[in-house]
Write a protein that binds this ligand. Structure first.
Ligand SMILES: Nc1nc2c(ncn2[C@@H]2O[C@H](COP(=O)(O)OP(=O)(O)O)[C@@H](O)[C@H]2O)c(=O)[nH]1
Ligand SMILES: [Mg+2]
Length: 297
């Protein structure tokens, strides 16, 4: 009988390579929101996977990115850097169809990290013909002395069993660090705010998603279900109209799809009310960020 192992696995990579999709896929549930837009993940989120002889604690991170202009971007970069410092293993995720200079930047940061690094070439479902994958694998092994390089598709589930079999070898012997029925360190309130932000991001175009955040003000269990009141904060008056939409149609759509998803995940009826409010420059004020639920560095 082998000993039980447990440890932190940081999932690192530039924005949009599929880090959150990967975590949701191995967890078999949605822990972290996903959209096609970069910078969807803004927080460090733990996903706890309890297996028979190992507990894998995945750390989802905002993608490490260059434009660290606003306070929020600096916080996001710091969250990713902290996850690296604590990790027992790093999963470096990249997109098998596209290597960019931002990937180079992330890789540079990994070179100074103590933890072993496994490289994941994600989105292999998009690689055609398959022989191209051999080239990508060759290029990857020349970039760094990775412990392993694994082609995967987070979306299709390809090679994820192999990945899960590989990870425990890199974790220290340890009893479980979290209760086995715990799947994430985040509350239902936090998840509700994230799901609403995901629906907003999916519906709104261009730059606006980066200028908004969602705060759940009330989350109460009532006899006939859960009532959630949430505020969508935007930076400017002009953005308010866009979020509300003509005759309120955007906000209605967002509310409806968020409510349906939350009712499913919370397994009961959800009553959701959304308001849009303006707080200028919230994304560049450390004080506002803290009051809006962004964690202190
Ligand atoms: N085709 C394909 N798309 C993927 C795969 N994994 C993620 N995606 C898509 O890539 C986009 C970014 O995913 P996300 O998990 O938010 O990336 P993150 O920013 O690294 O967390 C989303 O549109 C995903 O649906 C994959 O294996 N194959
Ligand atoms: Mg993400």
């Amino acid at each position: 009988m082998s000993e039980h192992r447990a440890g932190l696995v940081a999932v690192i990579g530039r924005p949009n390579v599929g880090k959150s999709t990967l975590i949701n896929a191995v967890m078999g549930r949605k822990v972290s929101i996903v959209t096609a837009k970069p910078q969807t993940t803004r927080h460090r989120i733990l996903a706890v996977l309890s297996l028979a002889d190992a507990q894998i604690i995945f750390v989802d991170t905002p993608g490490l990115h260059r434009k660290a202009g606003k306070a929020m971007n600096r916080l996001m970069n710091r969250a990713a850097a902290n996850a690296l410092a604590d990790a027992d293993l790093v999963l470096f995720v990249s997109d098998a169809t596209r290597w960019t200079s931002e990937d180079d930047d992330v890789l540079k940061r990994l070179k100074s990290c103590r933890a072993p690094v496994v490289a994941l070439l994600n989105k292999v479902d998009r690689v055609h013909p398959k022989e191209k994958l051999l080239d990508s694998l060759g290029l990857m092994s020349a970039r760094h002395d990775f412990e392993e390089i694994l082609p995967i598709s987070a979306q299709k589930g390809d090679n994820l069993d192999e990945l899960l079999a590989l990870i425990p070898k890199f974790l220290p012997e340890s009893p479980p660090l979290f209760p086995e029925d715990m799947h994430t360190d985040r509350s239902d309130e936090f998840h509700a705010a994230e799901v609403i932000r995901e629906k907003l991001t999916l519906l709104l175009h261009q730059e606006l998603p980066y200028g908004l955040t969602v705060q759940v003000e009330r989350f109460v269990q009532e006899e006939n279900g859960i009532t959630i009141n949430a505020v969508v904060w935007v930076e400017r008056d002009s953005q308010k109209g866009i979020v509300v939409g003509k005759n309120g149609n955007v906000l209605k759509k967002v509310g409806r799809s968020a409510r349906l998803e939350l009712a499913e995940s919370l397994q009961q009826a959800v009553h959701l009310e959304l308001w849009v409010k303006v707080k200028s420059n919230w994304a560049d004020s450390e004080k506002d960020l803290l009051s809006l639920g962004y964690e202190a560095p």
